[in-house]
Ligand binder design. Sequence first.
Ligand code: AQP
Length: 331
Amino acid sequence: MEKNKEKIIFSGVQPSGELHLGNYLGAISKWVEMQNEHKCIFCVVDYHAITVKQDPEILRKKIIEAAKIYLASGINPEKSVIFQQSAISAHTELAWILNCIARISDLNKMTQFKDKAGKKQESVSVGLYDYPILMAADILLYNTDAVPVGDDQSQHVELCRLLAKRFNSQFGDTFKIPELIIRKEGARIMGLDDPNKKMSKSAGSSANYIALTDKPEAAMKKIMKAVTDSGKEIIFNKEKKPAISNLLTIYSLLAEEPVKELENKYKGKGYGDFKKDLAEITAEFLIKFQKKFNSFTDEEVKEIMDEGAEKIKSVAEETLRRVKERVGVIQ
Ligand code: AQP
């Protein structure tokens, strides 16, 4: 991305399950850095969440919780727009039109669907299969220049670029082609119980992740119980020491200390010492984070999201109008 030039940034998180350190370190913390230089739009993508079964009462709470997590992370609603996806119906309308230019073969390449559906590919919802198209609509509606996401979403952003280019070549220049932004470290935080799988809201066990709303003592226990590798040296080596490398990445990002310095600091020490310190750093982070999280009322958060939607609705509607004109459904 060209430096020192204001860009339009768009990203979002699904309000499903417990938002975790992976979401924060891989995506949300990067958004916070970007809002001082760019026009940022951060969406609570509730229509993505319903691609798997949700309890309506819990979903309502999770939508507010996701927005509170944005605010607690440092997203400033004076600088950035925070809104709820379903508040702007242009998202689903554009998704339908993009569905009609996307091919089955495009979606069949999506590895996240294969991972999430597993052996149940025939019985999961059509929405789960199709959600990368809705994600493309989310991004394209706002003339987005760049999309900061974790590594697991890079394939979906690539699909969005492909659909935008295909649409432009079929109907004339309509969409801006967005860039993908992946951070160097922390783009894929791995599960604490299995360093070969990403930390995930939908993991079978809560030992997999540190939720941003976990009690600090519970989080400390999870760190102490995290899987480690054979041997006892604290060194970063993703192939040979995936578990320690993952813990080093988390430590480095939370404490803002380079991995190399951490390796030196723990030379001659064992996993136990290292984990004890990381557990404390994690607890300190959560205490500070949750203090901010709890300082917002639900009403305040709803108002922030409503105001956000009001601010950008016209941009989405204008893009949709242009698209409908191009495809020939507007006289
Ligand atoms: N483990 C991770 N490491 C780094 N970044 C991650 N992200 C997710 N997991 C990690 C990034 O967080 C943002 C929001 O993710 P999402 O709500 O779109 O959900 P997801 O990508 O499907 O991953 P989750 O949070 O683990 O949910 P489930 O369990 O439902 O798959 C994205 O930018 C994502 O890359």
